[in-house]
Design a protein around this ligand. Structure first.
Ligand code: HEM
Length: 125
């Protein structure tokens, strides 16, 4: 299940996605903002696959650590954990991630810095 795959995340982001400022950003209540931005759906997938490095702001708090990527997880598990993130709050009517979508993203691997550049391109509220 998605909750089982999320075991890989909770050491940093917390069992309920509450985060651990100023090191690890919260996901609960926050991923909805990422998903609401144009390109946010793809960004979330890229973060989980390839990780993230570079300063970000989450709810007024700066974070500047390194998140490892999870490209070693099977497509199915990546989709499950992304869909688990949707239970932390998501815009109405968002379709679930599919393993096919994850597989397609593997065609162009990104560095954690490139994932950061993608985030910089999002127009976040
Ligand atoms: C950032 C999800 C595992 C540390 C993020 C972000 C997401 C995310 C969506 C981006 C937040 C944003 O752009 O506003 C996940 C998921 C994980 C996972 C789903 C499991 C599959 C981990 C682990 C660690 C970690 C294990 C610690 C070793 C971080 C850090 C950032 C971050 C430090 C901010 C990076 C920076 O400062 O640039 N995570 N994460 N994450 N995550 Fe994770």
């Amino acid at each position: 299940t998605g909750a089982q795959v999320y075991a890989n995340c909770q050491g940093c982001h917390g069992p309920q996605g509450e985060g651990n400022p100023p090191l690890f950003p919260p996901l609960r209540g926050h991923v909805a903002k990422l998903l609401g931005a144009e390109g946010g759906r793809n960004y979330l997938l890229q973060v989980v696959l390839y990780g993230l490095q570079g300063e970000i702001q989450v709810e007024g708090q700066a974070y500047n650590q390194v998140m490892p990527g999870f490209a070693w997880l099977p497509d199915e598990d990546v989709a499950l954990v992304l869909n688990h993130l949707l239970t932390f709050g998501a815009p109405e009517g968002l379709r679930p991630y599919t393993p096919e979508e994850v597989k397609a993203a593997r065609a162009k691997p990104l560095t954690p810095e490139e994932v950061h550049a993608l985030r910089q391109g999002l127009r976040l509220p």
